[in-house]
Design a protein around this ligand. Sequence first.
Ligand code: GLN
Length: 272
Amino acid sequence: MTIRDLLRLAQIDPLEARILMAHALQCSRVQLVIRENDALSVEQVNDINALLQRRLQGEPIAYLTGEREFYGLSLKVTPDVLIPRPETELLVELAMEKLPQAGRVADLGTGSGAVAIALAHTRRDAQVIATDISDAALAIARHNADHHRVTIQCMRSDWFDRIDGLFDLVVSNPPYIAASDVHLSQGDLRFEPSSALTDHANGMTALSAIMEGARAHLKPGSWLLLEHGYDQAIAVRQQLIHTGWSDVQSWKDLAGIERVSGGRWDAAAPEK
Ligand code: GLN
């Protein structure tokens, strides 16, 4: 059996098959092409077939290879954390824009650490605190931060439960999918931790808790930025406006969907 033979037999997308083969053989995809006529050992064939089979059963590529790129950084991912999505880079870009020099920022529900690490990697001046309720997730965030040599403080907290002090920015990509959403039983989401995807209710529980808690944790005039679902921008803006936030607005992702909403908290301003 050669790489070429296996590729021809693979029943999955050819690009995915190449990614999995390169992973199994611990080589680059360029090397796969160079070595495509080399004979593989029985063990190598078995390893590759096992991965192809798991992919055929629907397991996400990122869990099979154990990594996913986010904001130009390769991050370790396991089924303990959500697989970072490209649309979440919008949250990072907005965070960079809103975070003052040497500012203190909290990333709540950090998962793999994607948002916190991307921020800390680009903004060396920032003091980044990354929280999660899952110890398993925090261990992965810690690993990723160390791997990329960025300084972030990882701590276990249920949203603001164990958070002290004031921040110049709070960001979060919380579980916002409604329990009834059919997407939960489709594609990669079937294999991701449900606690990272859904609040097991109408999708607004975590978003609301963060909007509520952030009021006591932001310096005057500082921003809260929340990623949310494709149909939640209006609900998030409404809650922010009704609870006294300023400059409430939403931003569109590359697909043109309002994906992040936020506002500034000015404790000194009269409640509206
Ligand atoms: N953006 C993810 C999805 O739609 C969900 C992420 C989340 O719930 N925070 O698949």
